[in-house]
Design a protein around this ligand. Structure first.
Ligand code: NAG
Ligand code: NAG
Ligand code: NAG
Ligand code: NAG
Ligand code: NAG
Ligand code: NAG
Ligand code: NAG
Length: 762
C-alpha cells in the first residue's frame, strides 16, 4: 500500500507542479452539445479497471488521481449472504477473484433473469468469507496480471470512504437478489446515505420506479436507466430493451437519464467494422430532457477501423461531432476519456506545433493507407505532419521511388506475378525477397500496394477497405507533391547505397542528389530537407548543401552514448534516429527508466528523433494506459526528443496542437508523461520480472562505415540496366536470374507462404 500511495502522490505532485504556471489562453467559445451544455463527465467503471483489478483500492485511487477532477467512481453492486454491498461487475466472482481457490466446491447454478448461470456467487458467502482471504484478479488478458492475488474486493463503503469526487452505484440484479431474499433497496436505504450516492442506475425498471420517490426526496441522487443489449429482456416488464427504446418518453417518469452501450449511438457495422451513420438517440433523448451516458469504452478493445486504433478519436466521435454530445462516458480507462474531453474536443487543437518536436511520418500515414503510396502521403499532409518521408528504392532501370524496403514482398502483391524473380541477397536481408532493383519501374508500376498488419497474421488489420489502394510514387513525384502542398519538411532515407553501386550499378546517391536539385531543394531553406541513412558515408555525400540536415539512423538499441562516438557522429550528422527502447527501457510490459541517450546527444548538439511510433495498444508498456497519446507525451515532454517518427501523424498532431501538451499551462487536465518505473514499483517483489542486462553503449564502430564503392559497370551482364534511361522503358525484358521455379530457389510453396506471412511481421 505504501508503494501505491507513493506512486499516486508522485502523480498528484506532478499534476500540481503542472499548475501555477502561465495561464492557458482561453479555449474556443464553442459550446458542448450535451443536455445542459455542461462538459461531459468521466465515469470510471470500477476505478481505473483498465489497469488494475476492477474496484480494487489501486483501481479506485488511480482512477481519481489520473482523471479529471470531477470524475465519478462507478461501482456495480453485489450483495453478500449477510447483506454487505461489494463492488464487482459480474454476478459471478470466479473470473475476477481467487474465490474458486478458497472454496473449490462453491460452484453453483442459479437461474438469473431466466438464464441458467454457473459460477461462484457473492450471495452464497458472508462478507467475512469474501473479504478475509479472497483477492482480486485481472480477467482481461491484455491487462497486467501482476496485481492478481494481491488486493481484496472493495465494499461500497470502502469506495465511498476514499471520498471520490462523485459516486455512481449500478444495481444490475435487483430481481434476482429479491428472489433470494436480499434487498438492494433495503441495503441502499439502511446502509448507504443517499448523500454519498450521486447516481443510481439499473437495467430494471421496477427497481428504478421503487427508488424514484426516495432518491429524489433524500438527496439530489440522479436515477439512470441502463439499456442492455437490444434483444435482452428487461425482467420487470418482459419487454426487450429494443422495445423499451421505442418509448423513451416513458423513461422520463422514473429516471433523469439513460446509460446505453456505445453501439446504440454510433453503430459499428458488424461485417466491415466501420462506423455506420449515427442513430438519433442522443438528440431524441435530449429533446425529452434525458441525459445520455455511453458505456463500453476501453482502450484495449479495438472498436472500429474509423478510429485508427486511437482511443481518443473514439471519444471525440461521441462529443465533438456537429450533431450531439453525450453527457458522459462509462470507461475502463478514465484518463483517456479525460484527455479527449479536456484537451482535444471543441477545437482546442489550434495551437501551432512550432517549437515542439517534429512530427515525421514513417512511409507517410502508413497506419491508414498502404505505406509510401500517394494516398499515404496525402493523408499525412492532411493529418498535419511536419515532415513527410520517402525511403528511396531503385528500380532496375534506375528510377528512384518511395518504398519502405527494397523487398517488394509484403508491401506489394509481387508474389503473385514475380515469384520467379525472387532471390536471396544476404547484404540486404537474410530471407528471400523480390527486390525492386531486379524489376523495371514499369514492372513495379503494375504492382498493387499491400497493407498488412505489422503484427502479423490477422491481428490488428489497418483500414482494410484501403488494403490495396493507392499508387507508388517516384522520388520526383514525391518532391513535387511536397512542393505543391507546402509541407514544412521532407525526409529522404537512403539505404544499401554500397550494395546498389557495387553489385547493381545503381547510383542511388546521385539519383537523390539530382532529384533534389531538379526540384530546387538545394537552393531554398523554407522547406527543411532531412537526409537519413544508417550509413555515415552516405550522409557525408550530402554535406555540401548546408541547409540539409543529415540524420544518422542507429539501428541498434543502445543504453548510452559516450563522448567518442558522439564526436564521430558530429562529423557526419546533425541528428540521429534511435529506437524507442534506447530512450525508455522496459521489461515485460512495464517501463523501467529513461536512459541518458537524449541528454548525451543534446549535450553534443545532436537532435534526437525516436522511431517508430504506432497506435496499436499492443506496442505499449502498461504505463501508457494503452493510449498512444501518452507514449508520445512521454517521448516529447518527458524525454525531450526533437522529433517523433510515426505511422499515425493524426494522433501526434492531436497531442502537439493541444494546449495540454504545454506542461507549464494552468489547465484542469495536463497530459503528463508516464513516469518510467512508476507502475512497476507497485508490483510486489515476488512477481517482479527478473533483471536483464542493459543494452550496450553506443560505440564508434556503430557509426563508422567504409567509403562508398564506385558504381560498377554491370552492363556486361545478361540484362543491362539503363540507369539513365527514361522511366518505363524496357518492359518485357528477361528476368536476370532466368526462369526460376520454386525448386531452383530452394523453396517450397509452403515456405514461400510462410515467408509472406512473416514479412508482414516485420
Ligand atoms: C470467464 O472466462 C472464461 C474464459 O476466458 C469465459 O469463457 C467465461 O465466460 C468467463 N466468465 C465470466 C463470468 O466472465
Ligand atoms: C482464511 O485463511 C486462513 C488461513 O488459510 C484460515 O485460517 C481462515 O479460516 C480463512 N478465513 C475464512 C473466512 O475462510
Ligand atoms: C414476465 O414473464 C414471467 C415468466 O415468463 C412471468 O412470470 C411474469 O409475470 C411476467 N411479468 C410481467 C410483468 O409480464
Ligand atoms: C449483424 O447485424 C445484422 C443487422 O444489424 C444482424 O441482423 C446480425 O445478426 C448481426 N450479426 C452478428 C454476427 O452480430
Ligand atoms: C468510416 O470509414 C469508412 C471507410 O473509410 C467511411 O466510408 C465512413 O464514412 C466512415 N464513417 C465515419 C462516421 O466517419
Ligand atoms: C525534374 O522534375 C520534374 C518534376 O518536378 C520532372 O517532371 C522531371 O522529369 C525531372 N527531371 C529530371 C531530369 O529528373
Ligand atoms: C550548439 O549549437 C549552438 C547553435 O548552433 C551553438 O551556439 C553551441 O555552441 C553549440 N554547442 C556545442 C556544444 O556544440
Amino acid at each position: 500500500m505504501t508503494r501505491c500511495l507513493l506512486f499516486i502522490s508522485l502523480l498528484i505532485h506532478a499534476t500540481l507542479a503542472a499548475k501555477g504556471g502561465k495561464k492557458a489562453e482561453e479555449g474556443s467559445t464553442k459550446k458542448w452539445m450535451t443536455l445542459n451544455g455542461a462538459e461531459p463527465v468521466v465515469i470510471a467503471r470500477g476505478g481505473f479497471s483498465g489497469l488494475f483489478p476492477e474496484s480494487s483500492g489501486f483501481a479506485n485511487k488511480m482512477g481519481i488521481a489520473t482523471s479529471l477532477p470531477n470524475t465519478i467512481l462507478f461501482c456495480n453492486l453485489q450483495l453478500s449472504k449477510d447483506g454487505v454491498g461489494i463492488c464487482q461487475t459480474d454476478i459471478r466472482l470466479d473470473n475476477s477473484t481467487t474465490i474458486a481457490m478458497f472454496y473449490p466446491k462453491g460452484q453453483t447454478t442459479y437461474k438469473v433473469n431466466g438464464q441458467n448461470i454457473k459460477g461462484w456467487f457473492a450471495m452464497d458467502y458472508t462478507a467475512e468469507q469474501l473479504l478475509s482471504n479472497v483477492s482480486l484478479t485481472q480477467n482481461v488478458f491484455s491487462r497486467p496480471n501482476m496485481f492478481d492475488g494481491l488486493l481484496p474486493m472493495s465494499t461500497v463503503e470502502d469506495v465511498t470512504g476514499i471520498k471520490p469526487p462523485r459516486f455512481w452505484l449500478n444495481v444490475q440484479y435487483d430481481t434476482f437478489y429479491k428472489e433470494h431474499k436480499l434487498s438492494m433497496q433495503g441495503y441502499i436505504e439502511s446502509t448507504m446515505k443517499f448523500g454519498a450516492i450521486n447516481y443510481i442506475s439499473s437495467p430494471e425498471i421496477g427497481f428504478l420506479k421503487s427508488m424514484s420517490g426516495k432518491a429524489g426526496r433524500a438527496a439530489k441522487t440522479k436515477l439512470v436507466f441502463e439499456f442492455q443489449d437490444p434483444n435482452v429482456v428487461e425482467p420487470t416488464t418482459n419487454k426487450t430493451y429494443s422495445e423499451i427504446l421505442k418509448n423513451l418518453n416513458t423513461i422520463k417518469s422514473f429516471a433523469s437519464g439513460i446509460l446505453v452501450p456505445k453501439n446504440y449511438i454510433w453503430p459499428v457495422n458488424n461485417k466491415t467494422k466501420y462506423l455506420d451513420p449515427p442513430t438519433t438517440l442522443v438528440a431524441d433523448a435530449h429533446k425529452l430532457g434525458l441525459e445520455v451516458y455511453a458505456s463500453g469504452f476501453m482502450n484495449d478493445m479495438p472498436a472500429s477501423y474509423n478510429y485508427s486504433y486511437d482511443p481518443s478519436a473514439e471519444y471525440l466521435q461521441f462529443i465533438d461531432n456537429s450533431q450531439f454530445a453525450v453527457d458522459g462516458f462509462l470507461t475502463d480507462f478514465p484518463p483517456t476519456a479525460s484527455e479527449a474531453i479536456s484537451c482535444f474536443a471543441l477545437n482546442k487543437n489550434t495551437k501551432p506545433t512550432k517549437g515542439k518536436a517534429l512530427i515525421i511520418t514513417n512511409n507517410g500515414a502508413s497506419g491508414v493507407y498502404p505505406g509510401s503510396t500517394d494516398l499515404a502521403y496525402q493523408q499525412a499532409i492532411n493529418d498535419g505532419a511536419d515532415v513527410i518521408d520517402c525511403s528511396v528504392q531503385m528500380s532496375k532501370d534506375g528510377v528512384a521511388f518511395c518504398l519502405d524496403t527494397p523487398d517488394l514482398i509484403g508491401k506489394t502483391n509481387a508474389m503473385t506475378t514475380f515469384m520467379s524473380r525472387s532471390t536471396t541477397v544476404p547484404e540486404i536481408q537474410p530471407k528471400n525477397g523480390i527486390f525492386s532493383f531486379d524489376l523495371s519501374w514499369s514492372e513495379i508500376q503494375t504492382l498493387k500496394p499491400e497493407m498488412l498488419s505489422p503484427f502479423g497474421g490477422d491481428g490488428f488489420p489497418r483500414n482494410p477497405a484501403a488494403k490495396n489502394q493507392g499508387r507508388f510514387v517516384t522520388l520526383d513525384g514525391f518532391l513535387e507533391l511536397a512542393k505543391s502542398k507546402g509541407v514544412s519538411g521532407i525526409l529522404i532515407d537512403i539505404e544499401n547505397a554500397g550494395y546498389l553501386a557495387s553489385k547493381k550499378g545503381l547510383d542511388i546517391v546521385d539519383s537523390v542528389t539530382k532529384a533534389l536539385n531538379n526540384a530546387t531543394f538545394d537552393k531554398q531553406s523554407t522547406q527543411q530537407v532531412l537526409i537519413q541513412s544508417d550509413d555515415s558515408s552516405v550522409l557525408s555525400e550530402f554535406s555540401y548543401v548546408k541547409t540539409y540536415k543529415r540524420v544518422l539512423r542507429l539501428e541498434k538499441e543502445v543504453s548510452n552514448a559516450p563522448k567518442k562516438p558522439l564526436d564521430e557522429i558530429k562529423k557526419h550528422a546533425n541528428a540521429v534516429v534511435v529506437s524507442r527502447r534506447s530512450i525508455v527501457t522496459d521489461k515485460e510490459g512495464f517501463t523501467l527508466a529513461y536512459t541518458n541517450v537524449v541528454k548525451e546527444l543534446h549535450s553534443s548538439n545532436i537532435s534526437v528523433y525516436v522511431s517508430v511510433l504506432r497506435n496499436e495498444f499492443i506496442t505499449f508498456a502498461f504505463d501508457y494506459f494503452s493510449d498512444p497519446i501518452l507514449e508520445i507525451a512521454t517521448y516529447v515532454a518527458g524525454a525531450g526528443v526533437d522529433g517523433i517518427i510515426t505511422q499515425f501523424p493524426a494522433t501526434a498532431t492531436r497531442y502537439m496542437r493541444s494546449p495540454c501538451s504545454d506542461m507549464n499551462a494552468d489547465l484542469p487536465y495536463p497530459i503528463l508523461p508516464a513516469e518510467p518505473g512508476g507502475l512497476l514499483s507497485l508490483v510486489p517483489e515476488e512477481v517482479q520480472p527478473p533483471a536483464t542486462a542493459p543494452a550496450p553503449a553506443l560505440a564508434v564502430a556503430d557509426i563508422l562505415d567504409p567509403p562508398l564503392p564506385p558504381v560498377a559497370d554491370v552492363s556486361t551482364s545478361s540484362n543491362p540496366p539503363s540507369a539513365s534511361g527514361p522511366p518505363g522503358a524496357p518492359a518485357g525484358s528477361k528476368p536476370s536470374n532466368g526462369i526460376a521455379n520454386f525448386a531452383d530457389i530452394g523453396l517450397s510453396l509452403a515456405s514461400i507462404m510462410a515467408l509472406c506471412l512473416m514479412s508482414a511481421g516485420c
